[in-house]
Design a protein around this ligand. Sequence first.
Ligand code: FES
Length: 149
Amino acid sequence: MDNPDELMEQPDLAGPILFYNEEVIEHFTNPRNVGELPEAETDGYGLVGDPSCGDQMKLWIQVREGRIEKIAFKSFGCPGAIATSSMLTELARGKSIEEARRITDDDVVEALGGIPERKKHCSLLGVMALQAAIQDWESRTSEDGGARP
Ligand code: FES
């Protein structure tokens, strides 16, 4: 049998932390715009999932005069999903609906200064949730004749 002392050696715990750059770690540990908007403040809501990993993302927007006034998200995902969703909300907040619609996962990754190649798919969750929330906003505004401000 192997030396029991060798079996008790601590694994290298620094690895996963070094995997992400400082900006990504900062957004993962202090994610912006986390939470949800109350029903009265919600003009659009999106729920999306990534079937490959089972992660999920919920996102709420409030739209005023065609701009995203408030945005909030809850991620049931990995550090990459949380950091990229946090950055996505920062990019989208204050933007017009048309500008927000054009935000891509590449924009999010670039704003974070990069993300490991095999985690790039995580940046899609936030973008897809934003698109879903915008679609929901559009269907709500068409249902009530565009009465929302
Ligand atoms: S592994 Fe699923 S979103 Fe990152």
